[in-house]
Design a binder for this molecule. Sequence first.
Ligand SMILES: *[C@@H]1O[C@H](CO)[C@@H](O)[C@H](O)[C@H]1NC(C)=O
Ligand SMILES: *[C@@H]1O[C@H](CO)[C@@H](O)[C@H](O)[C@H]1NC(C)=O
Ligand SMILES: *[C@@H]1O[C@H](CO)[C@@H](O)[C@H](O)[C@H]1NC(C)=O
Ligand SMILES: *[C@@H]1O[C@H](CO)[C@@H](O)[C@H](O)[C@H]1NC(C)=O
Ligand SMILES: *[C@@H]1O[C@H](CO)[C@@H](O)[C@H](O)[C@H]1NC(C)=O
Ligand SMILES: [Zn+2]
Length: 434
Amino acid sequence: MRVTASSPSPAIAVVSLLGLAASVLAHPQATRTSEAEEAAISNPTTECQSYDYPPVTQAMSSFPKIWEYAATILPGDAAGHAKYASFNTSIPKIAPKGILTDSTKGTNYPATDPDCWWTYSNCLTPKLSGLVPDVADVPEPRTLGYGFDDGPYCGHNVWYDYLSSQNQKATMFYIGSNVMDYPLEAQRAITDGHEICAHTWSHNYMTATSNEGAFAELWYSIQAIKLVTGVTPTCWRPPYGDVDDRIRYIAGQLGLQTTVWKYDTEDGTEGSDGVTAADVTKNYDDFITKASQGAFNTVGAILLTHELTNFTMQTAMDYHPKLMQVFDHIVPIAVAQNKTTPYLETNYTMPTFAEYIAGTTQTNGTTAVSSAPAQSNSGSPTSSGSDPATSSGSPSPGSSGEQNQHVNGAGHVKGSVSGPLSAVGAAVLALLWL
Ligand SMILES: *[C@@H]1O[C@H](CO)[C@@H](O)[C@H](O)[C@H]1NC(C)=O
Ligand SMILES: *[C@@H]1O[C@H](CO)[C@@H](O)[C@H](O)[C@H]1NC(C)=O
Ligand SMILES: *[C@@H]1O[C@H](CO)[C@@H](O)[C@H](O)[C@H]1NC(C)=O
Ligand SMILES: *[C@@H]1O[C@H](CO)[C@@H](O)[C@H](O)[C@H]1NC(C)=O
Ligand SMILES: *[C@@H]1O[C@H](CO)[C@@H](O)[C@H](O)[C@H]1NC(C)=O
Ligand SMILES: [Zn+2]
């Protein structure tokens, strides 16, 4: 081999290769520093390797522990305390229900449904005056308000690539803890022109939380989305649909519209609670049959689906063409509402419904957070990656039961891995995790 003057000598090349190998072995996290770099990863296993994103790492102390119930406002969070103090004395005096993993547990609730508890009765119109009814469908006829819960999923590029290839935008209900774990994935939603709504910090049953806990779950989820994407949502979806007038009031004080659904694919429950893949495809098929029979000819629909596992995303991909056949339009929920400034930051715009269906599916959706430079190898993964508790509670009365299993990022190697299992072992473990 002819070594030109500008090439490194073979010896230097070998040494630097060794150095690279050593640094990779000592630090198994993938390196990626920008949304574009993340979006270019096509292999979900690679995409799910953890990485360090300095803006999140540096802000961790201003947030609750990832995947832990945000029970309180952090002591140093002056803005959080001030916001909460501005309305906490007027929160409706409704007692928390059940336990965090099942608000129906041990709850002896009056049949008159005094709290407009969705989990009990699918109630959408608050009993208390001054509260806005929940959104459960979209006003435009023959239109599907297309939404996905529980993201960002660490390995979502195949799914988001598909959406891009179809010029299809959707509403993503992101969990704060996932946004902190997978910030570059979250940024892709904005870059691609999707709408982001909040789906709490740790995905517990919200009617079981304390007043301050309910506030903190919502507050830190929208702070996480703001930190990572530059925008502050004005919509949220309660995990499991679990909302009552107390929670509606607190969400309303944070400027959050409550969005639920009327149709459920049960895709997030597939593989547990007796729900099979065949049940999920039957739910999709039944929904499509209803649409083809004219059920949404005067008011459009919202269907519960998830960005949670390969199964939920692949099934969404498989069914997108079939949904296109029975709906005239499939649009983000904000678009179906002509909500052109869906965030507190009013310089970010989404198209009107008319613009969207005429082909302008995206207005200005650039990532507002500039990409941080790569951190040298000293960074720790952005979180401990602990698994959230998932509910195994009995199905709630009247509930569509959004019983999700949160699959944790494969790259989030547990801190307890040590000794011979460190470095290489952990990297192998991480690969096997999927
Ligand atoms: C309201 O919140 C403030 C600030 O967190 C706190 O000092 C006060 O005790 C709260 N009041 C009630 C009634 O919860
Ligand atoms: C789901 O997994 C299969 C098999 O690995 C893969 O071919 C497919 O692209 C994945 N789908 C999505 C949406 O990630
Ligand atoms: C959205 O705006 C269009 C006009 O551009 C109007 O026809 C439609 O009724 C509006 N929809 C809603 C839900 O406001
Ligand atoms: C965003 O788009 C709107 C409407 O197209 C435009 O008026 C506005 O100037 C754009 N803002 C930025 C910052 O690009
Ligand atoms: C909106 O304004 C904020 C604050 O001025 C700025 O940081 C951000 O980049 C802007 N976003 C867009 C999409 O123009
Ligand atoms: Zn969920």
